[in-house]
Design a protein around this ligand. Sequence first.
Ligand SMILES: Cc1cc2nc3c(=O)[nH]c(=O)nc-3n(C[C@H](O)[C@H](O)[C@H](O)COP(=O)(O)OP(=O)(O)OC[C@H]3O[C@@H](n4cnc5c(N)ncnc54)[C@H](O)[C@@H]3O)c2cc1C
Length: 359
Amino acid sequence: MLRDSCWRVGARLCFLRAGVRAAAESGRRALVSCIDPSIGLNEEQKEFQKVAFNFAAREMAPHTAEWDQKELFPVDVMRKAAQLGFGGVYMRTDVGGSGLSRLDASVIFEALATGCTSTTAYISIHNMCAWMIDAFGSEEQRHRFCPPLCAMEKFASYCLTEPGSGSDAASLLTSAKRQGDHYVLNGTKAFISGGGEADTYVVMCRTGGPGPKGISCVVVEKGAPGLSFGKKEKKMGWNSQPTRAVIFEDCAVPVANRIGAEGQGFLIAMQGLNGGRVNIASCSLGAAHASVILARDHLKIRKQFGAPLANNQFVEFLHDSNFGFSIHLLPVSRDLNLVSGKLSSASYDTECHGDSSGA
Ligand SMILES: Cc1cc2nc3c(=O)[nH]c(=O)nc-3n(C[C@H](O)[C@H](O)[C@H](O)COP(=O)(O)OP(=O)(O)OC[C@H]3O[C@@H](n4cnc5c(N)ncnc54)[C@H](O)[C@@H]3O)c2cc1C
């Protein structure tokens, strides 16, 4: 049965399962919590969640403060995460993805974020970019770009925002003029997560007239002539992932790197973000969960006036409010489940894969 299941959802799941067994055998428990984050999940999802909680506790949480303080992008740890199938969670298995659902991904990112929210947020952006290529790329593009992304041998960045175009993304100005079998890109993308460190830039650029229908999506690979990066942005936290401008100056990109048809780029960008928003919200839930547990544990250890803080009436109320907090978290989780369930639905996948028309 185990073999059947592994076959069904892809080989990477075997790694996830192996991780579950290892966790059970070691007898270690990642997070002891009165908030039960597994409520409403099926047995398989509970297993993914355990693997992710364990990975977060062992590989991420002990280092997250150092990564933040020293602004380290933890490449090796992310590659370990990819060995468990977290580099392409909801990508198809024929290109190295784990073939899981959006809800599975939401559960996994929420659990990973309890160890390092910033790194998990980047992993989720990487997943979003890789999925965009998997969903809208041609077969040749899928097999060229996706396997190293699923293994996180290469890292991906999503390039939509520009200095003059944030919420109003359809007004973006980065131009891509066709010259023979290349596009020549000019413009600047702002606030790009993974910028400078990533290898594969999924770039929304203007090949046509104004508005969303003039936008196309191309993959620009690190090392392309005319591609450069701005200085690392100074942030309050989230420093384990760099944020930089990505600059194109007469940057020639093969037409063969265009994902989907000309003019389809804005749709691809928004489809990516539909899942990306659920992923980031899941990271926030994981961070909130970990914060409550840390605060609760501190209340038990910290003594003032000769007793643990948890014994004081008001703080006791806060301590007990773990329960209340879980009541607030659960509807949020359930809403996320509904959205990610919709994203996983057959019609959505057909819609994406049906539109696929690579260069
Ligand atoms: C740490 C970090 C990482 C990021 N990573 C990436 C990345 O990897 N790739 C990428 O492409 N972008 C990235 N971004 C950019 C991010 O997506 C943009 O910041 C976002 O799209 C908002 O754009 P803006 O900052 O220009 O805000 P603006 O568009 O200037 O909006 C400012 C405020 O006005 C509000 N507002 C705007 N329009 C309206 C309206 N019509 N009605 C009411 N309120 C409105 C907005 O909600 C917002 O609160 C990142 C940003 C940050 C801070």
